[in-house]
Design a protein around this ligand. Structure first.
Ligand code: AHR
Length: 497
């Protein structure tokens, strides 16, 4: 099979916002306890943070981490997670029906963010709580001192304000499963008034309104329009969430699901711009795609988990090689929308539908999906160029005219490097030719490939390198014409300088 891509250095989509390579830590299952925090672990530091996990998070070069939920946040009292640990209450956590010891809270999270060199993205509870708790929380985190809550932070040992910039106004408030679920209008008014007071405390906040928890939820569109109608002046972002599955075990259809994500983004942008048009304003609302991933492997198992445990094994998807291909395609999709998607969070980071797995008291290892994220995060910073791709297409159960190849080029001006990310959806090898205007004298530094004979191959603690990339690809640049062979069903990273 053959595919072509045309690229011109002058044809730019937009600069990539570094926050596109974000992730998510929720108080859910073993994400926090025995994930990033395990004081008894041999590799824990003096604060209880697992250093083996910190090293892997740093490899991923995660730019922003959303916390503490997710569904969890809609029943959370932030006050329970600050102050002397021995005084913190153990509470029933209703979203995941677990026991929350509150040993880890806001200040611990902020310390951990520094260790992994990432920015925090804090979400507030608009399920069971509202304006008052939100303004107190912002005061606690961001106010320099001399007021009740800022002095409380100082008493807790944090003299300097945390200066958290990005805040999410609740989580998936459109979903009937959400604690304190609301209609669009109920949420819109609460978000508007909460945003207003949060900004009175700290005018520099960047706020994310809670958008649709999925494209196929019946309120999609109407929800965004209503929420933005009320919150437009206060927020910079609206959130989107999407998870894909392969229950039907149909690789052709599964790998086409990034097209669903693409259409979802386009529709959400249309909803934002509809409100922009109605308001006749120059302000543009951006997308925070703050939950995205493959999620389905663990769903049945989770039904059997006993409630009211501390850190039960929940949402522990073991990812296959084919999952890594869809994750790669989703990364390509997000990059292609760099003009409107400015924040994106792979959900989640450790143990819970995550690229990193740990065993309590044991090792930490990379799942298959670790690799495309690591490549995109390390080589995908710069400016996205507009690709024009010509490839054969195929039809599936849910999608028509799916191109066998999807790809995106990112030019990093500072490093003077061009990186092409490409996925071959075909089960045959692909001759991939790229005409690159403005890059005639660049040479290929490396051509990384993630490929495997087994679609269902996984990495485990005992066999952690079963699925891992190599850099023996054959891409070469012949005067502005890059020629590369893309292996059947493969993720490719072609780097030129
Ligand atoms: O990431 C897992 C869950 O998925 C989150 O808690 C929720 O926001 C979404 O439904």
């Amino acid at each position: 099979k053959k595919a072509k891509m045309y690229v011109d250095k002058n044809f730019v989509i937009d600069k990539v916002d570094n926050r596109l390579f974000g992730s998510f830590i929720e108080h859910l299952g073993r994400a926090v306890y025995t994930g990033i925090y395990e004081p008894d672990h041999p590799k824990a530091d003096e604060k209880g943070f697992r250093k083996d996990v910190i090293d892997l998070v740093k490899e991923l070069n995660v730019s922003i981490v959303r916390y503490p939920g997710g569904n969890f946040v809609s029943g959370y009292n932030w006050e329970d997670g600050v102050g002397p640990k021995e005084k913190r209450p153990k509470k029933l956590e209703l979203a995941w029906r677990s026991l929350e010891p509150n040993e880890f809270g806001t200040n611990e999270f902020m310390e951990w963010c520094k260790l992994v060199n990432t920015e925090p993205m804090m979400s507030i509870n608009l399920g069971t709580r509202g304006i008052d708790e939100a303004r107190n929380f912002v005061e606690y985190c961001n106010f320099p001192g001399g007021s009740y809550f800022s002095d409380l932070r100082k008493q807790h040992g944090y003299n300097d304000p945390h200066n958290i910039k990005v805040w999410c106004l609740g989580n998936e408030m459109d979903g009937p499963w959400q604690i304190g679920h609301k209609t669009a209008l109920e949420y819109a008014r609460l978000a508007e008034e909460t945003a207003k007071v949060m900004k009175l405390v700290d005018p520099n906040l960047s706020l994310v309104a809670s958008g649709s928890s999925g494209w196929h939820i019946p309120t999609f569109g109407e929800w965004e329009a209503t929420v933005l109608e009320h919150t437009y002046d206060y927020v910079d972002f609206i959130s989107l969430h999407a998870y894909y599955d392969n229950y039907e075990n149909n690789i052709e259809n599964f790998l086409a699901k990034s097209i669903d994500m693409d259409s979802y983004i386009k529709s959400a942008v249309a909803a934002c711009d509809y409100v922009k048009g109605r308001k006749k304003t120059n302000k543009t609302i951006y997308i925070s795609f703050d939950e995205w991933n493959v999620w389905f492997h663990s769903r049945k198992e989770d039904e059997k988990v006993e409630p009211w445990q501390i850190a039960p094994p929940l949402l522990e998807d073991v990812y296959t090689f084919e999952d890594a291909l869809l994750v790669g395609l989703m990364l390509i999709t997000l990059l292609k929308h760099a003009d409107r998607v400015k924040i994106a969070c792979l959900a989640q980071l450790v143990n819970v539908i995550a690229p990193i797995m740990t065993r309590k008291g044991g090792g930490a290892w990379r799942q298959t999906i670790f690799y495309p994220f690591m490549h995109a995060s390390n080589f995908g910073r710069g400016t996205v160029l507009q690709p024009v791709i010509s490839a054969e297409t195929y039809d599936t159960k849910d999608f028509k005219s799916v191109p066998f190849v999807d790809a995106v080029p990112v030019f990093n001006e500072e490093k003077n490097e061009l990186t092409i990310f490409a996925v071959n959806r075909a089960q045959d090898k692909m001759e991939f030719d790229c005409e690159l205007k403005g890059f005639e004298d660049y040479s290929v530094i490396e051509h990384i490939i993630l490929e495997n004979n087994e679609l269902k191959a996984v990495n485990t603690e005992d066999n952690p390198d079963n699925v891992k990339p190599h850099n023996n690809g054959n891409a070469r640049n012949e005067g502005g014409k890059v020629k590369a062979e893309l292996s059947p069903l493969s993720w490719n990273v072609i780097r030129l300088k």
